[in-house]
Design a binder for this molecule. Structure first.
Ligand SMILES: [Mg+2]
Length: 173
């Protein structure tokens, strides 16, 4: 029987290098300069305000060639390819247009409902669990270490392979 394989890609910071826009949006929303880590640690609903401000700032984000090449390679190899992002449903059209323009060969894309709950990482973990059902191998690409740690705590190493995207590079973790 053939192995069923799934590859799941985060969008911001993973497929596209949008940290600059994130920091700019955080400054606009909070009125003070923050580091990437400080932005990630922002409490609700501030984190949502920054996320949605970032979406407006990233109409032409810089592609991360390493991750995009991997995504298209996995598509050619017969993996099901999914984009799973904390971007809101409202930004879906704009985001998928960016994906199309950059030649991303994905099968499905999932967006955060844009509500206060669930949190980004809870939303992603829940969706990842649903997606992984029936697959023998699941690769996950994500730039936030705490999100990967959350996945690991729930799904373990069993059939999952985790890649952290750091400075544009893919690190198996
Ligand atoms: Mg990200």
């Amino acid at each position: 029987m053939q192995t069923k394989k799934l590859a799941v890609f985060d969008f911001d910071g993973t497929l596209f290098l949008t940290d600059g826009a994130l920091l700019k949006a955080a400054l606009r929303v909070t009125g003070r300069p923050l580091t990437r880590e400080e932005v990630w640690a922002l409490p609700h609903p501030l984190s949502y305000a920054v996320r949605f401000a970032t979406e407006q700032d990233t109409l032409t984000p810089e592609p991360n060639k390493n991750t995009i090449d991997r995504l298209n390679e996995r598509a050619r190899e017969g993996y099901k390819v999914v984009i799973l992002t904390g971007r809101s449903q409202e930004a879906a059209e704009q985001t998928l247009e960016i994906a199309r323009k950059n030649g991303l060969r994905y099968n499905e894309a999932y967006f955060h409902p844009g509500t206060l709950q669930p949190t980004f990482k809870e939303f992603k973990a829940q969706k990842l669990g649903e997606l992984a059902e029936g697959y023998d191998l699941v690769e996950v690409y994500e730039d936030r270490e705490h999100v990967i740690n959350h996945y690991k705590a729930i799904f373990g190493p069993d059939k999952f392979i985790y890649f952290l995207v750091k400075d544009g590079k893919l690190l198996r973790v």
